[in-house]
Write a protein that binds this ligand. Structure first.
Ligand SMILES: NC(=O)c1ccc[n+]([C@@H]2O[C@H](COP(=O)([O-])OP(=O)(O)OC[C@H]3O[C@@H](n4cnc5c(N)ncnc54)[C@H](O)[C@@H]3O)[C@@H](O)[C@H]2O)c1
Ligand SMILES: CC(C)[C@H](C(=O)O)[C@@H](O)C(=O)O
Ligand SMILES: [Mg+2]
Length: 362
């Protein structure tokens, strides 16, 4: 059997720092005999610097040839003044669209060990385990036309277009119902059906697809109410399915249930489970270059890669267990530390996870 090919796109600011910790874990796996190999590529600002485009042809080719992609994070102040077409963020949007990665899985778990790091009362989040499924290649993120114009009053105006086609909604709906089937069979679809035509169609299609899944209880919430319910009583949810923009916002909100945005991994999958794996957070320019970033979201993203693309739940579970073990042992980066707790850096946290991971080998 040939090696699984992983493309690593470290990106910008803390991206390379957290990607280095993921590589340590891959090295440990390779040393155990796992048939994996990896190479590095450019995405985002790093790609703009090296090749003049945030998603250059060399990365496109490597991404198409890879079995899975691991990405750090892109963007940051160095690139904020660039024209939108070459901003780093267009790199990540471009690769998602190019590879058809329409299904974005963003699980949010409340680790008991971190309950003190959360801004929520322990009883609100204890045992929380929800999955946000975000549609990733449609919506206002990609809608045309968009641009600037002068309106009838002579004022400058910016405009974007929100749209979803029925097939786009149907395919994410099916992923969501299947995911709910493997969990507690509860699916909440989040939209803005009281205002937006896009959302009216979204809801109609969800209900239509739901007829094929009579064993899954489908509910609907408006996104404003969902945002409120998520902090009021997050455990009422199991799987949430929503569009690109609402999912972006709700998943950052959900990250605080887990204690820190540095804890949330994600998988972005195509119809065949080829995937791009990345933390949900950004490039954190405020802490870059200081060995402060929490690498756990990135490390957990490696776990998701083994679960979804490589079909190796055993390795995914061992990575999850290693993360729990280091948290239990009291290892804390600054974002998850309580006053008085000893703080370790990005590299030390990565080393601790790799140690725990090795020890967990049966
Ligand atoms: N997928 C991506 O690559 C991605 C995602 C979101 C934002 N961005 C980009 O990142 C840049 C910064 O965006 P932002 O500041 O709005 O969001 P951000 O997620 O980078 O940072 C928000 C806050 O969370 C903290 N944080 C984030 N990740 C952390 C980690 N691993 N450990 C500890 N603390 C962490 C940061 O220090 C900051 O205070 C922007 O250019 C944005 O476009 C990229
Ligand atoms: C950087 C940005 C384009 C991206 C998004 O909005 O999808 C990010 O916020 C994310 O959540 O992955
Ligand atoms: Mg986001």
């Amino acid at each position: 059997m040939s090696n699984k090919k992983i493309l690593i796109l470290p990106g910008d600011y803390i991206g390379p720092e957290i990607a280095a910790e993921a590589v340590k874990l891959l090295e440990a796996l390779k040393a155990e005999g796992e048939k994996i190999e990896w190479r590095f590529g450019h995405l985002g600002g790093a790609a703009y610097d090296a090749e003049g485009h945030p998603y250059p042809p060399s990365t496109q080719q490597a991404a198409r040839a890879a079995d899975a992609i691991l990405m750090g994070a892109v963007g940051g102040p160095k690139y904020d003044a660039l024209p939108r077409a070459v901003r780093p963020e267009q790199g990540i949007l471009g690769i998602r669209k190019d590879l058809g990665l329409f299904a974005n899985l963003r699980p949010a778990l409340a680790y008991a060990e971190l309950s003190a790091a959360s801004s929520f009362k322990p009883e609100v989040i204890a045992g929380l385990d929800i999955l946000i499924l975000r549609e990733l290649t449609g919506d206002i993120y990609f809608g045309q036309p968009r641009g600037r114009r002068t309106n009838a009053q002579g004022h400058e105006e910016g405009y974007d277009t929100m749209h979803y086609s029925a097939p786009e909604i149907e395919r994410i709906a099916r992923v969501a119902f299947e995911a709910a089937r493997k969990r507690s069979r509860r699916l909440c679809s989040v939209d803005k059906e009281n205002v937006l035509e896009t959302s009216r169609l979204w809801r109609e299609v969800m209900i239509r697809v739901g007829k094929d899944y009579p064993d899954v209880a489908l509910t609907h919430l408006y996104v404003d109410n969902a945002a409120m319910q998520l902090v009021k009583n997050p455990k009422q949810f199991d799987v949430i399915v929503t569009g690109n923009l609402f999912g972006d916002i709700l998943s950052d909100e959900a990250s605080m249930l887990a204690g820190s945005i540095g804890m949330l991994p994600s998988a972005s999958l195509d119809a065949n489970n080829k995937g791009l794996y990345e933390p949900i957070h950004g490039s954190a320019p405020d802490i870059a270059g200081q060995n402060k970033a929490n690498p756990l979201a990135m490390i957990l993203s490696v776990g998701m890669m083994f679960r979804y693309t490589f079909d190796r739940a055993d390795i995914a579970e061992r990575i999850d267990a290693a993360v729990r073990a280091v948290l239990r042992a009291g290892h804390r980066t600054a974002d998850i530390a309580q006053p008085g707790e000893k703080i370790i850096g990005t590299r030390e946290m990565g080393d601790a996870v790799v140690d725990a991971f090795r020890r967990l080998r049966q």
